[in-house]
Ligand binder design. Structure first.
Ligand SMILES: Cc1cc2nc3c(=O)[nH]c(=O)nc-3n(C[C@H](O)[C@H](O)[C@H](O)COP(=O)(O)OP(=O)(O)OC[C@H]3O[C@@H](n4cnc5c(N)ncnc54)[C@H](O)[C@@H]3O)c2cc1C
Length: 446
């Protein structure tokens, strides 16, 4: 399993005097780091093992249709992601659809934020929502008020389920509001999810300015949204973005590092290792300075996400571009025709572990089609279905979960990625922020 190695210092190796940063991994974390360095004209080279940039948030071409590895939801609180998209993507205004918070769970619950300043936008939206009793609306508002009084901070982390129980949230509130929110944000079912991280998300989305709670949906594929334009941005500023270049060794030198990729070696002053957590330890194990970090990463558990794509022969119009479902396997369904102009294409998301993992891809495609027919309306048979199963989509965001820091005890060696220390769960925003943190540390100390 441990094929790759971060090998120990070659005492005779030459010192790297000039700053030249190697970024390993061209996902959102790596490209955020590279763009931040390139903006300040710091020489940077990105090594990406795949032919496509974006990592877990990348385009997947199938039968001449641009799918995404996973359907993604961004929110207005993703301030760093949105700032960097604006910086590097000249077509950012057309690439994103920004909608005031609307929570539609088919036939069960509809909430639309009011056009008022926060927190009234949410309070009034909740009071006007369809599908909850007055008592449930008051109970949800009280819950948010109680969290606010404690500044969204718990003395000790517990599970989301226990938190909801402590605040007497009804079965319906949990089913149509809190559970979908928890699973969408933390990709971890409430029984095992960190209440503190959940509160951080509520604080920054529902309790911040009105724009923070906006839903932000991509109108282009996820590689085209940020990583591809970020690569152009980096290259225009003298950096390099090398695709299909898998790094197989990182050797610390007397000063700096030697990177081996595709049997070629090159030296760098700094390394930002921005690969996913289940792959990174192959480089860290055996380095004394990094042994504690390697142990922390080793202890992380993972949760899957299944994306099910259905191509229908005729246009399909869903009631909203993103619709919640609660009566089957599917959690969210996206209308790619409305979002991206892809005729008859629908994408469904099933977060976290569950019985769907026992089905074959064909069975799962058919099951999702049937669920859509039952819950959304009559649909013709799909031309094809495609299941993309990410077994380790994110780390399991459990109470008190320990995450490694970006700035490591090994000088000039950094870790970026959604799993590194953050207030946020494993999301695009935590990935982007981690990349920026690494880049800024280099800018301040180089
Ligand atoms: C199906 C799915 C749905 C999701 N939905 C959402 C959502 O709705 N909202 C949200 O905010 N987040 C969502 N996420 C999480 C989000 O995709 C991740 O948090 C984010 O993409 C992680 O980015 P990263 O750069 O940290 O890691 P990655 O995307 O894993 O990037 C790591 C990169 O390193 C490369 N690499 C690995 N080994 C090497 C090597 N040896 N040499 C060179 N390169 C290497 C990989 O090819 C990859 O490109 C979802 C994730 C999945 C899988």
């Amino acid at each position: 399993m441990r094929r790759f190695a971060l090998r120990h210092a070659d005492a005779g190796a030459r010192a790297i005097k000039m700053t030249h940063v190697a970024v390993i991994g061209g996902g959102y974390a790596g490209m955020a780091a590279a763009a931040t360095l390139a903006e300040q004209r710091v020489p940077v080279t990105v090594f990406e093992a795949a032919g496509q940039l974006g990592g877990r948030a990348r385009r997947v071409d199938y039968r001449d249709v641009a799918l995404d590895n996973g359907l993604h939801i961004l929110i207005g609180a993703y301030v760093e992601t949105l700032r960097l998209i604006e910086l590097v993507n000249p077509a950012h205004a057309q690439a994103l659809l920004r909608l005031p918070l609307a929570w539609h769970v088919q036939d069960e619950f509809h909430l639309r934020a009011a056009r008022l300043p926060a927190p009234l936008h949410l309070l009034i939206g909740l009071l006007r929502a369809d599908g909850l009793s007055i008592a449930e609306k008051v109970s949800a508002a009280r819950f948010l008020a109680a969290l606010r009084a404690t500044r969204f901070t718990l003395a000790q982390d517990i599970s989301v389920e226990l938190l909801l129980k402590q605040h007497s949230q009804s079965e319906k509130l949990r089913r149509v509001l809190w559970r979908p929110l928890c699973v969408a944000a933390l990709n971890t079912p409430p029984a095992g999810a960190s209440a503190q991280v959940f509160l951080n998300v509520l604080r920054d989305s529902l309790d911040a300015g009105r724009a923070a709670s906006d839903l932000v949906l991509a109108r282009v594929d996820l590689s085209a949204l940020f990583p591809d334009p970020a690569a152009t941005f980096v290259e225009q500023r003298g950096g390099k973005v090398l695709r299909s270049q898998r790094v197989t060794a990182i050797d610390p030198l007397a000063a700096g590092f030697e990177i081996t990729a595709n049997n070629q070696r090159a030296s760098f002053s700094h390394v930002i290792c921005a690969i996913s957590p289940h792959q990174v330890n192959a480089f860290l194990i055996g380095i004394t300075a990094l042994s504690e970090i390697a142990t922390t990463i080793e202890r992380l558990l993972y949760q899957p996400i299944h994306s099910v794509w259905l191509q229908y022969p005729a246009p399909v119009k869903l009631p909203s571009p993103m619709l919640g479902l609660t009566r089957g396997l599917v959690h969210w369904v996206f209308d790619r025709e409305t979002l991206c102009g892809q005729r008859g294409l629908v994408g469904a998301v099933i977060s976290a572990a569950g019985e769907h993992q026992d089905l074959t891809q064909e069975e799962l495609g058919l099951r999702v089609h049937r669920e859509l027919q039952e819950q959304v309306g009559a649909l013709p048979d799909p031309l094809w279905t495609r299941v993309i199963a990410e077994k380790r989509a994110t780390f399991a965001c459990t109470p008190g979960v320990r995450r490694p820091p970006q700035i490591t005890p090994l000088g000039n060696f950094y870790l970026a990625g959604d799993y590194t220390a953050s207030d946020y769960p494993a999301t695009i925003e935590s990935a982007v922020r981690s990349g920026i943190t690494c880049a800024q540390h280099i800018l301040q100390h180089a």
